[in-house]
Each structure stands twice: as C-alpha cells, then as structure tokens.
Write a protein that binds this ligand. Structure first.
Ligand code: ADP
Ligand code: MG
Length: 247
C-alpha cells in the first residue's frame, strides 16, 4: 500500500520552541503516500506539537515541512489551501455542540466553497454511513456516546476529501468499550490507502496497522522502524523503558 515513490510530507530539521522551552529539537522524517505512521512516546515529549506543526496549527521555529510539494513553513504558501487536504482528529472531538451532526459535516465544505450545499449533504451522508452512523444525521452531539462523537469527527474530516489524516490520541478520552469502534474506522481508512499520522497509546493498534512507528522523547526521534522493530525489539534504552511502563 505504501508508495515509496511519492512523499506526502517531508520534515527536515524541524524545531519548535515556546519561549525558552525547546519542545522539538531536530525532527526529520518523510511520510509516504498510503503510509500509516504511529507516533508514541511519554507525555510531554512533543508528539502533539509535532503533529500540530504538520498543518501549521503551531508555527515551526526552524526547519522545513513540505506537504504535497509545498513548504508550509514558507510564509508565502497559502496554508488554508494546504489544510484543505489535511484532516485532523483530536482527543476531545471538537464538534460544534450547537449544530446537528449533518450540519457539523457540511459546515466547512460549504463555507470554504468546496462544493454546493446539496453536494455537501450528499457526501456527508455517505461519510456518516461509512463510519456506521447514517441514522444519526439529525441528532446533536450531546445525544451521542464518546465513540460515536469521535466517529462523527472522523466523518467530518473526511467530508473535506483530505489525502492526509492526522490523529492526536483519538481514543484517549473514550471509555474502554468504545475504543474498538473508533480504531476499526481508522483501520478501514488505512486499508483504503489513506496516508495517516497517528499519535497513540494503543500499542496493539500500532502493532497491527502501522507501517512505521516513531518513538519520541525530549523533542527528538529516539527510534523508528517497523512495529516489529520498535515495539517488538526496541534497541534504545529509553524506548525499552517506555514500553515496559505502558505494555
Ligand atoms: P505530548 O503531546 O507528547 O504530551 P506536547 O507536544 O503537548 O507533548 O508538549 C510538549 C511540551 O511543550 C510540554 O512541556 C508542553 O507543556 C509544552 N507546550 C505545548 N504547547 C505549548 C504552548 N502552546 N505553550 C507553551 N508550552 C507548550
Ligand atoms: Mg499530546
């Protein structure tokens, strides 16, 4: 599934500081088309900051991030255009609670003039069906379980027809019995060839679905490789220590 000939995201010497705090010290990696990259690491290691830099929710302090051929660190690049192709899913869903589900899904495509209202609704219904929630179109977020809300959030991101999806601990806020349904939607997306970067603590998911795993600590990539390599036979002491704590 991974197309080694097409780099979707190329990160070189990425640095990010908040005041005096150096959070990302020197991160370089490429994400290829169709690749599922899982990022693991202790709390505070810079995982979310790294992910947020990929669509410039955080502004990098140094280095370059080339997404679909455009360096988003360059001020001249229209970041909103680049973002239209990058879906993002957060730990806390971030749905609009005052809008029903179908309006949550059509808001961005219509406002950003990606399509007509009719087309947006058509697509929204398809995406809801894809995450198994066709019957929830006119419900409000408050009427859904956490797992359903997160599946709606994924469907909403897909309505923009992105070719890259970023996930920041999408199952961390869920009750355990709802984790599986969200991971299943993500597995389906991966199987369909979506390029995905996923910050997660779900080691079982990473082992099964990731093409590559990155272990981050202290603002650096400490170790990366296949799940078998990083999770099954870690080489670095910090990786071993982290895995001993979480597994
Ligand atoms: P992780 O997702 O791995 O837990 P984060 O990327 O959220 O780590 O945070 C890494 C470090 O950066 C933490 O020390 C955090 O407090 C700090 N940090 C994150 N965002 C900001 C911000 N907007 N302002 C100041 N410090 C921040
Ligand atoms: Mg985080």
């Amino acid at each position: 599934m991974v197309d080694k000939n097409e780099v979707k995201i190329s990160v070189k010497n990425l640095k990010k500081t908040f005041g005096d705090l150096e959070v990302l010290k020197d991160i370089s990696t490429d994400v290829h088309k169709g690749e599922v990259l899982c990022i693991i690491g202790p709390s505070g290691s810079g995982k979310s900051t790294f992910l947020r830099c990929l669509n410039k929710l955080e502004k990098p302090t140094g280095g370059s991030i080339i997404v679909n051929g455009e360096d988003i660190v360059d001020k001249k690049v229209n970041i909103n255009k680049v973002r239209e192709n990058i879906g993002m899913v957060f730990q806390h869903f971030n749905l609009f609670n005052n809008l029903n589900i179908i309006d949550n899904l059509t808001l961005a495509p219509v406002q950003l003039k990606k399509c007509s209202k009719e087309e947006a609704q058509e697509r929204a219904k398809k995406m809801l069906a894809r995450v198994g929630l066709a019957e929830k179109a006119s419900s409000f977020p408050s009427q859904l379980s956490g797992g359903q809300k997160q599946r709606v959030a994924i469907a909403r991101a897909l309505c923009m027809q992105p070719d890259i999806m970023l996930f920041d601990e999408p199952t961390s806020a869920l009750d355990p019995e709802m984790v599986g349904e969200v991971l299943q939607v993500m597995k389906d997306l991966a199987a369909e060839g979506m390029t995905m970067v996923i910050v997660t603590h779900e080691m079982g998911f990473a082992r099964e679905v990731a093409d590559r795993v990155i272990f981050m600590d202290g603002g650096y990539i400490i170790e990366e490789g296949t799940p078998q390599e990083v999770l099954g036979a870690p080489k670095e002491a910090r990786t071993i220590d982290f895995l001993n704590k979480v597994l």
